[in-house]
Design a protein around this ligand. Structure first.
Ligand code: NAD
Length: 459
């Protein structure tokens, strides 16, 4: 266990490094992004192996969702020069002579705390923004994906000066020790409950936070769809990483006229993806630990299981599972599932589906399957969520030009692409006045000047 003194020393060293001004140089940042890229490329085999150990993550998924963070690094490398350029701001005639500029400046020393379900991506992706914006960073991966945490710490230590970027490994106590320190920004990914603790700790130092939290992301399925494609996309989005994805479709709200066809099709997809025995499939993950396994098995009790349902504690295996005729009062509809269980609720009228969504905390993601463009607009207009993906699941997270984040209980702030740069920057406004002219108009005595002022202001 690290001591509080050691934690304070590390943050002080980073503060000293930041004060040297090195990170303000855009070429320095660019070089560090390239180093990070090289670190991920050179260690991709180790990353993929360790994800297998922690989560039985199939190589394909590990590459797509974790090593794939390379796309975010490349996007930042491509755009950093534009992002860091001062922006001109229009000023009014009353400011003449003068001009306005907006400068993006780094915040200083930032803390990034990650969750266990995508243990690399959830640390590296915000780190890209922190580096691009010119900050020093302390990274605290989740202790629950322990092997991934060790590998991440090794990689970062190998490529970066700890006074600039470092990993501090540990569990809740370590996290609390870090939160006792003063940072210039805290970027947290995890549950809503712990997000509140993080925000409370940050408030003591008036530290701004980004909270990337979870919640129950609904998936509406209208009758006007291609059943086969819809079933495939839902089954893929729900069962990758064995359902342990913050933006997995948590539950289905299905038009009752097509429900049976959709469920039959989902069943076929599950067989097609993982065979008749998903337990033996190399392409299906495992539950992270026994505690989460037991929580999920408890949620399944008394359910009408129509697909899957098998569970093996020793293997931490829960089959891809679909449950039907779920009531809104059941425990499974009270908390984020975060596992491979898909509850299905039917509706007769879209209003019912929208009401169910709006009566619950604002979700991180909302999915809608429909060919009807009017419905796309209606659902977007009448519901609130961190983001929306129409006619697919989970894919929105991979688009660097779309800010990713929650709203209400699913989070505060956003990141990816330019949004990551913005998150870790302070936009400093600078008004620069010319000294060659100084009209008397604004100075007392004011007599006779009010009418002109009103005209300038536009009254
Ligand atoms: P968690 O909140 O339990 O833990 C997240 C981090 O907080 C870990 O690093 C942990 O060490 C630390 N932590 C735990 N308890 C703490 C405490 N009392 N004080 C200070 N720090 C503490 O979350 P988790 O189980 O790792 O992840 C699952 C949750 O994260 C789900 O709700 C999921 O939806 C959410 N999540 C969100 C996103 C997103 O991008 N919005 C991505 C992945 C996961």
């Amino acid at each position: 266990m690290i001591t509080q003194i050691a934690v304070s020393d590390i943050t002080r060293n980073q503060r000293d490094f930041f004060k040297t001004g090195k990170t303000k140089d855009v070429d320095f940042r660019l070089a560090q992004l390239k180093t990070l890229r090289q670190a991920v490329v050179e260690h991709q085999t180790a990353i993929i192996e360790v994800l297998k150990t922690d989560l039985n993550k199939p190589e394909f998924e590990a590459y797509a969702t974790e090593v794939g963070v390379l796309k975010e690094i490349d996007y930042a490398i491509k755009h950093i020069k534009t992002w860091t350029k001062p922006k001109k701001a229009a000023i009014g005639i009353e400011q003449f002579p003068g001009f306005g500029r907006i400068y993006a400046e780094p915040l200083g020393v930032v803390l990034i705390i990650g969750a266990w379900n995508y243990p690399f991506q959830l640390i590296i992706s915000p780190l890209v923004g922190a580096i691009a914006a010119g900050n020093c960073a302390i990274l605290k991966p989740s202790e629950i994906a322990l092997h991934s945490s060790h590998v991440l710490a090794d990689i970062i230590q190998k490529y970066f000066d700890p006074a600039y970027i470092t990993v501090i490994e540990g569990g809740i106590e370590t996290s609390q020790q870090l939160l006792a320190e003063k940072f210039d920004h805290i970027f947290f990914t995890g549950s809503t409950a712990i997000g509140k603790i993080v925000m409370q700790a940050a408030a003591k130092h008036l530290t701004p936070v980004t909270l990337e939290l979870g919640g129950k992301s609904p998936c509406i399925v209208d009758s006007d769809i291609n059943i086969e494609y819809t079933a495939k996309r839902i089954a893929w989005g729900k069962f990758i990483n064995a359902g342990q994805t913050c933006i997995a479709p948590d539950y289905l709200l299905v038009d009752k006229t097509i429900k049976q066809d959709l469920l039959n099709s989902i069943k076929k997809c599950v067989q097609g993806f993982y065979g008749n025995k998903p337990a033996t499939s190399p392409d299906y993950g495992r539950i992270i630990n026994q505690q989460h396994f037991l929580r999920l098995v408890e949620l399944l009790k008394g359910s009408e299981i129509i697909i899957g349902g098998e569970a093996d504690l020793v293997e931490r295996y829960i089959a891809p599972t679909v449950i039907d005729n779920v009531s809104l009062a059941e425990p499974i509809m009270q908390e984020e599932i975060f596992g491979p269980i898909l509850p299905v609720i039917e509706y007769a009228d879209l209003n019912q589906a929208i009401t169910i969504i709006n009566e619950r905390p604002k979700p991180l993601a909302l999915y809608l399957f429909s060919k009807n463009k009017n419905l796309h607009q209606r659902v977007c207009r009448e519901t609130t969520s961190g983001g929306v993906c129409i006619n697919d699941c989970v894919m929105q997270v991979g688009v660097s030009s779309l800010p990713f984040g929650g709203v209400g209980e699913s989070g505060i702030g956003s990141y990816h692409g330019k949004a990551s740069f913005d998150t870790f920057s302070h936009y400093k406004s600078v008004l620069n006045r010319g000294m060659w002219l100084d009209p008397k108009f604004r100075y007392a005595p004011y007599e006779g000047k009010l009418q002109l002022l009103k005209r300038i202001i536009g009254q």
